[in-house]
Design a protein around this ligand. Structure first.
Ligand SMILES: Cc1cc2nc3c(=O)[nH]c(=O)nc-3n(C[C@H](O)[C@H](O)[C@H](O)COP(=O)(O)OP(=O)(O)OC[C@H]3O[C@@H](n4cnc5c(N)ncnc54)[C@H](O)[C@@H]3O)c2cc1C
Length: 313
């Protein structure tokens, strides 16, 4: 297998990866960045970004990621097509296999492979993506001010997102498959007491409807029971809050991973348990998952790479 030796390998081309690439290239570390199967990351599947500092008029996710890429390339980052398919972090130099055909031997690795939001698997979810369907209330809630929205999910984050949406929308329906919420008691109490939130227990989503934009959801109550009842719920926004799948599987043999698949890092840093291996962005962030926090930890990872390399020289 072809082998290449480098100082700094960055895996993933979202805001975390490109920010790490900008910083490490400006620090003369000649970083190599592999884009993965989604060049530009999650933001390339959304429309308008209004909450990334520096874009007062907003920016499309695609344009913003192109800008980040240009900035990284301008300072010398070597941005390449390719997916990390295996790794060996058992000893230095750390080895990462790209597309099962090339091996990179790196002194340091920044893992910034992101996390993928879980969807219900309805065929219409992707049809209305950015046109009424969203997997990020913090990102898209603002577009539904004074409107009616539904949110699927009954855990703590779903309750948190429902409360966030209730601060913007006129009405929030929570669609819950079971007859109870999974969330902690305190979160349950908060959503149940909220005047704008109505919880639809024992309810499943069958599909979505609307012409160009989402107009509502086809729902069923008591699915499969004698009292089964199908009905339509008109909504302007349909939010998924059923969890995320961090893209950490390739690294899980060597790194500490939490119960939900997030790479564990030392508090306040991007350091993993292995010196020289860092994790930045959504893949190591069960809490915030925003472009700016991903970019921030990409910067931290780059500075930590530089300090680590200085410390071993
Ligand atoms: C629909 C939607 C709308 C959003 N809107 C906003 C918003 O308005 N504002 C905001 O701040 N945030 C928003 N977010 C959240 C934001 O997109 C994420 O927080 C951010 O993109 C995380 O950045 P990241 O760099 O960690 O990873 P990602 O953007 O997820 O990028 C991960 C990268 O890793 C690559 N990768 C994965 N596995 C491998 C592998 N094995 N080998 C090589 N590469 C790999 C992928 O190809 C991708 O390039 C939105 C998210 C979604 C889904």
């Amino acid at each position: 297998m072809e082998t290449e030796k480098i100082k700094c390998l960055i895996i993933g081309s979202g805001p975390a990866g490109y920010t790490a690439a900008i910083y490490t290239s400006r620090a003369n570390l000649s970083p190599v960045l592999y884009e993965g199967m989604q060049p530009g990351g999650q933001l390339t599947i959304t429309t308008e970004i209004e909450n990334f500092p520096g874009y007062p008029e907003g920016v499309t996710g695609f344009d913003m990621m192109e800008d980040l890429k240009k900035q990284a390339v301008k300072f010398g980052a070597d941005v390449r097509r390719g997916v990390a398919t295996a790794c060996d972090f058992s000893k230095k130099p750390y080895k990462v296999t790209i597309d099962s055909e090339k091996e990179i031997e790196a002194e340091t690795v920044i893992i910034s492979t992101g996390a993928t939001a879980k969807y219900l698997g309805l065929p219409d979810e992707h049809k209305y993506a950015g046109k009424g369907v969203s997997a990020c209330a913090t990102c898209d809630g603002f577009f539904y001010r004074k409107k009616t929205v539904a949110i699927v999910g009954g855990g703590d984050s779903a309750c948190e997102e429902a409360l966030y949406l209730a601060g913007l929308a006129n009405k929030v329906y929570m669609i819950i498959r079971k007859n109870c919420l999974r969330a902690s008691q305190i979160m349950q109490d908060r959503v149940m007491k909220h005047p704008k939130i109505e919880i639809l227990f024992n309810t499943n989503t069958l599909g979505l409807y609307g012409d160009e934009f989402l107009e509502g959801a086809h729902l069923v109550k008591f699915k499969g029971d004698v009292q089964e009842e199908k009905f339509d719920l008109p909504v302007d926004g349909f939010f998924l809050a059923i969890g995320h799948r961090p893209n950490s599987a390739v690294f899980e043999k060597y790194l500490e991973i939490d119960a939900n698949g997030y790479i564990k890092t030392q508090w306040g840093t991007t350091k993993t348990a292995i010196p020289g291996i860092f994790a930045a962005g959504d893949v190591a962030d069960p809490n915030y998952r925003q472009a700016i926090t991903a970019a921030g930890t990409g910067c931290i990872a780059a500075i930590e790479v530089e300090r680590y390399l200085n410390s071993i020289e």
